[in-house]
Design a protein around this ligand. Sequence first.
Ligand code: PA5
Length: 427
Amino acid sequence: MDAINLNIENTLNFINTEKLNLLMQEAQKALVTLEKGNGLGNDFLGWLNLPESIDYKEIYTGISELRSKVDTVVVVGIGGSYLGARAVISALSNSFVPTKPEILFAGNSLDENYHNDLFNYLQNRNFGIVVISKSGTTTEPAIAFRILKKMVESKYGIEEARSRIIAITDKERGALRKLADKEGYKSFIIADDIGGRFSVLSPVGLVPIALAGIDIAKILEGAKDMNRFTTSDKSIEDNIVIKYAAIRNLLYQRGKNIEILTSYSPKLFFLVEWWKQLYGESEGKGGKGIFPAGVINTTDLHSLGQYIQDGERMIFETVLDIKTEGARVAIPEVKDDLDNLNYLAGKDMHYVNRMAMQGTLLAHVEGGVPNIELSLSTLDEYSIGALLFFFEKACAVSGYVLGVNPFDQPGVEAYKSKMFELLGKPK
Ligand code: PA5
């Protein structure tokens, strides 16, 4: 597929290619298991069919009333119930001009100052809410929604408030489903077989993304093509899902316990956050798993660059390269050239950024950090859709190769029970 390319050349000096071939075969078997649906967590494979099965027109119809009446939408959710939407919206919208409607996020922390700032800001906005929670009982979004619901009701009246709230939740279980049915909110269903971190191409991600004015049909198109190009019948050599799953497991076996997803665009900050959750929650269990970290360069070359180049050698990097940018920002020629930058005059910032990326990659490889390169031909809806699906599919395959159930998250309950005890939650 032209939109995305994977190059593992800069890992080969760190591994044994025979072992890589064996792991590629293992990854292919894992992909067959995923396709046949007979592996661990196989009751959570609904996400695999989303690009083909989801009716995006239903989403546009469902959001049209809210979209027509507000200038701001607050998306309430945490973890898999917000990161995908936030990743895509940040990647594909202007960094300074808010989308129309403006999309804001709440309930992804318990920070009082953040929420207080948001609630004050909303005083002068014409706003609505999209509340997303599969379980319908997660504390952070439940608290934020309780406050926001009161705000909408007191500002617009109970009846009007009902048309300003969209709920995305389970079809029958949980407090949010009960409330949505009781109040008659427009609602979308999160299917039983789709876990939070694999839900970006379900209404969980697509509703906020569509509200932001981003073309969800094109996103799904990219995902669909990625799915087609990475089925288990494709040659192992060309299958980037198999290759990525195999190489990261092999590097892990070689003591590279940390994978850094490196982007050279701050617009991809939340994409890196989404990826961290996807891989961290899917693989980090039973005392195993690569720790997923992220950096945004060149910014972080001035902070974490030192460690990556020269610190403990348990790191490998996956570098996200965007080959062509839409914008062209050229470096001007100046007469006195006091900053000695005239040698770059006429070049655009993207060129300098890519040279920084290529130079850093070479330096890191020389410093003992294997680098996987993942290139996007351009940053648009189609390639983001392909990228999201690539990461999801490769994550499932990689988890199977590691020998874990990539679709559960038993570890996230531990903090909750301690917190509830401290809060005195009735049993
Ligand atoms: O991936 C996951 O399953 C989690 O990150 C959940 O999405 C997150 O905990 C939020 O859960 P819920 O949607 O039930 O509120």
